[in-house]
Design a protein around this ligand. Structure first.
Ligand SMILES: Cc1ncc(COP(=O)(O)O)c(C=O)c1O
Length: 419
């Protein structure tokens, strides 16, 4: 239960970039779905590693032992973040390369006549690697559609899509274009019933929602630290039985034990240290905004921090939706219901009747308001909506460091553009 109020000033003070001015104009970062801002503690930890304790792991000397401690701490922190065990965590360059890496091992198990289920909503990072693997193995792809009115998966298709030949089901926890939060437990349960491997893309949910891989029941789940206030790094949860079943893609002398088994080459100790610090930032939110003590277990503080952030971000979303839906000529691609704020993350994609998405973000950028235009690699979704060749959409994303005044400033700028 939240016992403290959201301390937006303390939260913002943690992020040096939020205080920057350009010609006296504050920067308004609404680009978080593409990459979030970073608290000082993350950068301090990373520079400490590189300046004061830079060594490979596994040695007898002090700086190497520091690297061992970073590996252990970063895996334990990611495990607490996802509700997993430390030996079920794999760090990599980013989510896409981790999925490519695992797809190669998983596809070895596929036989002609097998099928996999992909969705038309996902970022291509959890689609493209499986499409390539399916082509290489000569197996069939079946597609889970979304409803273009509700921007939700068409769950009623699951019975017909998933069957005895299904070997893998890949789906998305939160859409990077619509903001929809998907019922991944439902999809995973349907896949597990036929023994299919399941992979959930949690890249866009991880900055906003507590994730519990045990509750979801998935075999794999992936997220990217640079979306949740950390450095550029990817994290893959892989459940112990699948982890052990997969024959690792490794060089011959490398260990088959975790954390090395599925992480070829020398890891980025600095990125792992920074990711650990980003997770500690979220735990700190649980202390300052939800009344947890610093002695409470890491998982408990993380969940409390994110639950407090959900409440705060719901207020921002409500304000955004209340005003954006009144702007003439604005079409929002995502649920607009203010009664179902738990059905979305604060990512808003829209078009204006007489402005291209590129024109929208360029005009906003001229006012020091940062957003993105395009399809953001939601390749199937933008194709399905006929937007891929029309410049896609403009996308603004709110974060736990966004203020109400910033939401209003963005809305005023959009309203002026629409007029
Ligand atoms: C939902 C989703 N999945 C996957 C990715 C790819 O992540 P990465 O850049 O870590 O490969 C992104 C990036 O924006 C994303 O939004």
């Amino acid at each position: 239960m939240t016992t403290a109020r959201w301390d937006i000033d303390a939260v913002r003070a943690a992020f040096p970039a939020l205080a920057l001015l350009d010609d006296g104009k504050p920067r308004l970062y609404l680009d978080a779905p593409g990459g979030s801002q970073v608290p000082a503690r993350v950068v301090e930890r990373m520079s400490e590693v590189m300046l004061l304790s830079c060594a490979n792991e596994g040695g007898a000397f002090r700086t190497s032992q520091d690297s061992d401690r970073i590996l252990a701490g970063a895996h334990a922190a990611a495990a607490a973040f996802l509700g997993a065990r430390p030996d079920e965590i794999v760090y990599g360059l980013n989510s896409t390369s981790l999925i490519f890496h695992f797809s190669r091992m998983i596809a070895r198990e596929w036989q002609p006549g097998d099928e996999i289920v992909l969705t038309r909503m996902d970022h291509d990072g959890n689609v493209g690697p499986w499409v390539i693997a399916a082509e290489e193995r000569g197996i069939t792809i079946r597609w889970l559609d979304f409803d273009p009115e509700t921007f939700e998966y068409r769950y009623e298709m699951l019975d017909e899509l998933i069957g005895p030949r299904t070997r893998l089901v890949a789906c998305n926890h939160a859409s990077n274009i619509f903001g929809t939060v998907n019922d991944v437990s439902r999809i995973v349960a349907a896949a597990r019933a036929v023994g299919a491997v399941t992979i959930v893309d949690a890249v866009q949910s991880a900055p906003h929602l507590p994730i519990d891989v045990t509750a979801i029941g998935c075999d794999m789940l992936v997220c990217s630290a640079y979306k949740f206030f950390g450095p550029h790094a990817g994290i893959m949860f892989v459940a112990a039985d699948l982890r052990d079943r997969l024959s690792p893609l490794k060089v011959r002398p490398a260990s088959t034990d975790m954390p090395w088994r599925h992480a070829p080459g020398t890891p980025s100790f600095e990125a792992q240290a920074g990711t650990w610090a980003a997770i500690e930032h979220i735990a700190w939110l649980g202390e300052i905004c939800a009344g947890k003590t610093a002695q409470a277990p890491l998982r408990e503080r993380i969940v409390a921090g994110l639950e407090a952030a959900i409440t705060y971000e719901a207020g921002l979303m409500d304000r955004f939706l209340a005003n954006a839906t009144g702007i003439a000529g604005l079409t929002l691609y995502g649920t607009t219901s203010r009664n179902r704020l738990d059905a979305r993350v604060p990512t808003f994609s829209f078009r204006l009747a007489r402005r291209s998405p590129q024109e929208i973000v360029a005009t906003l950028a001229a006012q020091n308001i940062y957003g993105w235009s395009g399809d953001f690699y939601a390749h199937e979704a933008s194709g399905q909506l006929g937007l891929r060749d029309k410049g896609g959409v403009a996308r603004l994303g709110l974060s736990h460091y966004t203020t109400v005044a910033e939401v209003d400033r963005a809305l005023e700028a959009i309203a002026a553009l629409a007029a």
